[in-house]
Design a protein around this ligand. Sequence first.
Ligand code: NAG
Ligand code: NAG
Ligand code: NAG
Ligand code: NAG
Ligand code: CA
Ligand code: CA
Length: 963
Amino acid sequence: MSWLAALCLLLLQTEAFKITWFSGDSLTHQEITEKAILNVTVQVCRALARAEGKDFSLPRLTAESVAVACEAPKSSKSFRQTIKLIQVKNREVDTSFSSDPRYHFDDENFTEGRKIITDGLSVVKASNKRNNFETARGKLGQILHTLQDFYTHSNWVEMENNLPNSNLIRANAVIGNIAAESRATCRNCNGDDCTNNILEDILREKILTSGYFVFSISSSPKPTGKCSHGGFLDGTSRIEPKGGINKDDLGASHGHLHMKAANLAIAATSELLEDIRGAAGDRPFLQMMGISKGKALCFVIDTTGSMSDDIAAVRDVTSSIINSRVGTEDEPSVYILVPFNDPEFGPLTKTTDPKVFKNAIDSLSATGGGDFPEMSLSGLQLALTGAPRNSEIFVFTDAPAKDQHLKSTVIALIEQTESVVNFMITAILGRRRRRQSDDVQQQQFSSRMVTSDGQLYRDLAQASGGLAIEVTKSELPAATSIITESSSSSLVTILQAARSPGKAENFTFTVDESVRNLTVYITGTFVTFTLISPSGVSQESTDTTGSLITASQSVGNFKTLKLKTQPGLWEIKMVSTNPYIVKVIGESLIDFLFDFLEVSQSPFGDLDVVDNRPRAGVNGSLIVTVTGSDSTTVTEVILVESSGSREVNSSVEALGGGDFFAKFDRIPAEEFVVLVKGQSSNGSSGIFQRQSSTTIKASTLSVTSPDSNRVLVPGILLSVPFSVMTSGAGGNFRIQATNDQGFNSNFPSSLFLETGGSANGTVNLTAPSTTPSGTDVTLTIEVEAPTGADINYVVLRFAVLKTVTDFTRPVCEVLSLQSNCSDICSLSMWELSVQVTDGAEGTGVERVSLRQGNGTMNTSLTAGTGNMTTGSGNMTAGTRNITLVSYSSSCCSPDVELLVVDRVGNVASCFYSVRKAATSSSQPAITSSSQSPTTDVVSLSTRAVQSFLLCFSITILGLSLPF
Ligand SMILES: *[C@@H]1O[C@H](CO)[C@@H](O)[C@H](O)[C@H]1NC(C)=O
Ligand SMILES: *[C@@H]1O[C@H](CO)[C@@H](O)[C@H](O)[C@H]1NC(C)=O
Ligand SMILES: *[C@@H]1O[C@H](CO)[C@@H](O)[C@H](O)[C@H]1NC(C)=O
Ligand SMILES: *[C@@H]1O[C@H](CO)[C@@H](O)[C@H](O)[C@H]1NC(C)=O
Ligand SMILES: [Ca+2]
Ligand SMILES: [Ca+2]
């Protein structure tokens, strides 16, 4: 069966909102998720713009336009990538949990389904709190699937509800009146017509039910009188009461309600995202979504005895980057520092505050280290798991790695994160402690670098699309500033090739009109080249007066050339017998994302995204997404072997929305990169090319770990099952499991597989009982074939979370409200005093912020005993802490909305208003109202209030922002 036939067949095979790329007019989980993300992101950016007094006009709802409206056009790629990741995790629920009714609100598993949502929500909030956005995104995708399924699988829509069921995201609220196990809910459909199969009393009494589902082609049992999910794949739909109630697509049993269900799912998804936004705050919410100004600045630094010059260079370049970029659109979104020594490494410092980062770098000092090799790969591992995807990481060292056993782990993480790793190596490896003369060192440098020590760093750099820059200590400042300062958040790779051993070769590359600051990096010694521009002008590397190279610098083995940016087909003819890397980069908003696809293990027979190495030697497919342009099409997707220039071409099909499907007859067994060519509609030449920076390696092994709904509870062992399959020869397969936090783990050191066979194993992992909630740990399980030449892996992220017991939102109580508002609002003020508590069982109020209102807010903390305390870090369990909020504002701003968040992220919104009663009656009115059914109506009789209308409500978030 062809891939496209497989995709088409999927149109007929779905459970839940469709999960395929071709959906016709029906809405898929992916579309529902994307629409809600775009909706809420726009609201956040609009609120931020307004808070700064800026105009905000509503963008088109595409990732590109929303990123522009959020004043972060360069983050359209990471925004797109985040949306895709959340969509993929959403889809995977149908693979990993295909027959667990709780994940789909099937079989009337309502409380169990809701628990999946609220448990997951706790993980998302705890992870965001520690800037662990990647973990938050994955969990978010999973719970969105379950949340969205409620609207297609239950009778919520049939009961004529027009709003989402908000209690699905609240752990201790009532979801509804759930049908008793013995209660019949459906009758037979009238042939294919299922419009009236839910019993009238169920609908009239608003009894909540959902369809039963068993994946079977023959009839399968279900409790008497219960509704079925319905459809070909559902075995229960063939026994009485026959038919089904799902609204998964327009052709489903209740397809006539599909659009209504999908729209409610969008609203419910928006509501859940608003809740996460409230808990995280606006800026962190945008970071979770991948929207931020620049990219991460990430340094991994050897701090052993001989590194003081290097640390000083890092300090200088950091200052210069901070000074030149803070406040610009290339301001780093996050700063990451990982020191390593021997035997220690870490901790990872991750901060959005440049001052905190500067202090962390200033406090580094070069000491210790014991013997010569250091823990460089352990440090790099922490940086790779802690940095956002697609980061650029700089490793500074003058020594080989002591922890070389982590090489394959680090490569797995590079492939997974697509981060670029640049090594700044300042030494003669093996001789660094003789520091009398850098020049003498430099002469010995090249010969020394042939050793395996230097080769390890070169291999890692090359796998990631980075460079291994080898300079003396005195050259380091220059090299560091060239490479870090040119690292813009819109850097794209146009061409990258490595040749080892070196050989003469002619490379061509196409530069499109969107590219600015065209730059060539070359590493290698004794490398010469000739450049030829699209207009046929040529310039030799020895020619310092030509017109193509506008600036060039050479430090150590590293050469950088700024080219005249001319669109069209360029050529660079390289000549060298030494190993070299040539890399052509530029700045452009247009780039691409790609994922390999494989036939799903799920009974629904869909295609799944491969998140490790794809299968070698067989056919395969890729989904390519163009980012940063709504009008660019992909015409060619090519796999280019890294060691030479052999290419595998594909057939490319547009899927819509910037997605393209590329089908290959064979995935090479050798390492390769992905090269994408296409046409952009604006610009005269129109042709563009981009290349993946990460090198990809395929494998004959498959490693999977199916259930990903896991959380590590501190002190409690977690068993992580995994499976290995080989399409090659059998034997003993070596297993290695490592985690970036150094948590205790055990696992089998090898597994035996028959030729073409499979085996299962388990990794047991325990987080120390003191681990803070929201910590994330990345576990990499690697499997190596008996020949040693073939490795595959699975990379799993877990959140560490203490069991959450606080499910209640903080409570606001008005202490006083005083107002002298007159007809001329600018001449008068009003004042409000509110006390905020989190209940006796609560974790305590963590943050109070203003969601609406232009006045001044002050908060102070009072312990239950009446003692004043400052700060928020010292609340103890059992004390009922009270936060006093005072707010004063001009009467021209008559509304205020306080957002109150407790320590586990339960969010309350407290809204007050002193609007003059707009009635024609001259009699002043006192009215209190509540928008939330769970909140008591509060009435106040304070005199000052009497002539004004006081509205008081604790509402769910999102009701108060008309769009
Ligand atoms: C789902 O609901 C069915 C029927 O109420 C029940 O028997 C089953 O135990 C539930 N499954 C789970 C996993 O809670
Ligand atoms: C968009 O999000 C807001 C909350 O931010 C929500 O009130 C609104 O219903 C959402 N729009 C749609 C179409 O779901
Ligand atoms: C590169 O191009 C030149 C002509 O400009 C040609 O002589 C040479 O053989 C080519 N080199 C390779 C490796 O193809
Ligand atoms: C090119 O790079 C320089 C710094 O290297 C920067 O100042 C300039 O803004 C960049 N130009 C464009 C068009 O991005
Ligand atoms: Ca050492
Ligand atoms: Ca609470």
